[in-house]
Ligand binder design. Structure first.
Ligand code: PIN
Length: 498
């Protein structure tokens, strides 16, 4: 999961880009980077591993001169954690292109071979984003030399990208002497929005992964980029856009609503907060339907994301909502801890129960999802240790049984607690007295109710159906990579700063 931003402004843009990255920090904490372009025709770049506040310390931001720029936050998926893979990535031909990518390509091996054999391009990292950038560069180079900066050249190149690349990609590019180009894959799996801001010098333009960045910077949300759409903002602020991919279906990632996106964002026309409220309402209805004589005394969310759903559930179930776990916001990153025992410790360092809320009561713990189940198991035990009589657990999303291939950092299938287990087996594995999962049709409806035009979603972690198709052997290769230690991160962004 990554965060993207791109702005074409009338004034120096680095400060706004920096602010934007800060508010999108929850989308990636591993690396951050900015590239700007100045009127003298120079690209300036600063990127590195760490949080935004670490990478852009002191006066470093001042070096990023120019009125147009892009930024990226990395939460790596198929790549590694090397600092040279911090984005935006850069190629000097044609024109000079910097690119930030959110998502994951699934035909990387075929593309790598193709780039090497046919396009004579060397890919130097494990990052599929480097592949995306080189495909774009090659497609642009293959265009006849334009005499003017005709956006059609860019759109034709994006058509080429959409033809060759399989997977999920929202991308922002800064092209020297051209401007900012943004595009979204033909299924619209990863999010990307466009907005404008009026100034005395005329309108300014932004693209970003989430609308919250627009709010923060005083831009108005105009719309989401459509699936397969490319949008080009020239350096003088003219905007062009075109659909460059034949869309079969619009299938945005449903997991953004489950817990990745900020609740104050509106994504694909759906308020993230409202979708989570509806998840809570629907889950409560399921409990009332299937367990009418329940003996739940109190509803306790596992902070932070699940609070929204838990509050609605409490209202619906007519039971009190209580904050029962206090989260230490200042604990550092926990995901470089592969051992189960260390993970367990890290949960206890992060969350502490308030004993009075548990003593002698039947509690319903609410979480947004159950991935590995390690946190859930630990939390159930903590509730028991704090004196709960019965500990029930519910998840606002259905059982996660399949790996994510579209840029959400999830472990391999066998590390997912629900993979190959039925619900009572998961319940036993996490040590709860009863476990209730959201049904998939309810999760879909919870999001769709915010925008009935959305007919499809990428729900592959629940169903194993990958909307783009996945080349033979890809899932095995991914599992190998995730097991081999290149992916030792916690699946949850519990260390999110925002
Ligand atoms: C955490 C959101 N959410 C909590 C992430 C834990 C799964 N975990 C996914 C639950 S936050 S586990 O609200 O954004 O801080 O199943 O892998 O143990």
């Amino acid at each position: 999961m990554c965060g993207l931003i791109g702005i074409v402004s009338h004034r120096p843009v680095a400060q706004d880009l920096h602010e934007g990255l800060n508010v999108l920090q929850h989308r990636g904490q591993d690396a951050a980077g900015l590239t700007t372009y100045d009127r003298e025709g120079r690209l300036h770049q600063l990127r590195g591993n760490g949080l935004v506040r670490d990478v852009f310390r002191g006066k470093r931001l001042l070096r990023l001169r120019g009125e147009a720029g892009i930024g990226h936050l990395r939460y790596p998926t198929a790549g590694t954690e090397k600092s040279e893979e911090a984005q935006p990535l850069y190629v000097n031909s044609p024109y000079g292109i910097a690119l930030g990518h959110n998502g994951n390509l699934v035909n990387t091996e075929a593309l790598r071979q193709e780039l090497f054999r046919e396009d004579r391009r060397h890919i130097n990292t494990e990052s599929d984003s480097e592949i995306l950038l080189n495909v774009l560069a090659h497609e642009l180079l293959a265009r006849p030399e334009p005499t003017t900066r005709d956006p059609q050249e860019l759109f034709q190149a994006v058509r080429g990208v959409n033809r060759r690349c399989i997977g999920a990609y929202a991308a922002v590019c800064l092209i020297a002497d051209w401007g900012v180009l943004a595009f979204r894959d033909p299924y619209g799996i990863r999010p990307l929005v466009y907005g404008t801001r009026d100034t005395d010098e005329g309108p300014e333009h932004i693209v970003a992964s989430e609308s919250v960045a627009l709010d923060m910077l005083g831009f108005t949300l105009e719309r989401d980029l459509a699936p397969g759409e490319a949008l080009f903002i020239s350096l003088d602020g003219t905007v062009h856009s075109e659909i460059c991919g034949s869309r079969e279906t619009y299938a945005p990632c449903i997991f953004e609503y489950v817990y990745f996106a900020r609740p104050d964002s509106v994504m694909n026309g759906v308020s993230v907060q409202r979708s989570r409220m509806r998840m809570g309402k629907r889950l409560a209805n399921k409990i009332l339907r299937e367990w009418p004589d329940h003996d739940i005394d109190v509803i306790i969310p596992i902070p932070d994301t699940s609070r929204t759903a838990a509050l609605e559930m409490a209202y619906r179930l007519n039971r009190p909502y209580r904050e029962g776990f206090i989260k230490n916001r200042y604990i550092g990153r926990t995901f470089i801890m592969p051992e189960a025992q260390v993970r367990r410790q890290s949960v206890r360092r992060k969350l502490n129960p308030i004993r009075n809320e548990y003593e002698g009561t039947n509690v319903l713990l609410v979480d947004d999802s159950i991935v590995r189940g390690t946190t859930s198991r630990e939390i159930v035990q903590m509730a028991r240790d704090a004196g709960a009589r019965k500990v029930y657990f519910c998840s606002a999303s259905p059982p996660i049984r399949y790996p994510n291939v579209y840029g959400i950092d999830m472990p391999s299938a066998e590390e997912l607690i629900a993979h190959g287990r039925n619900i009572s087996e998961v319940c036993e594995a996490i040590g709860a007295d009863r476990l209730i999962y959201q049904d998939l049709p309810d999760l879909i409806a919870a999001v769709q109710d915010g925008n009935p035009e959305l007919q499809n979603f990428d729900c592959s972690v629940f169903t194993g159906d990958y909307v783009t198709g996945v080349p033979d052997g890809y899932l095995d290769e991914l599992a190998l990579r995730r097991r081999s230690g290149t992916d030792t991160r916690d699946p949850s962004p519990q260390n999110r700063a925002a």
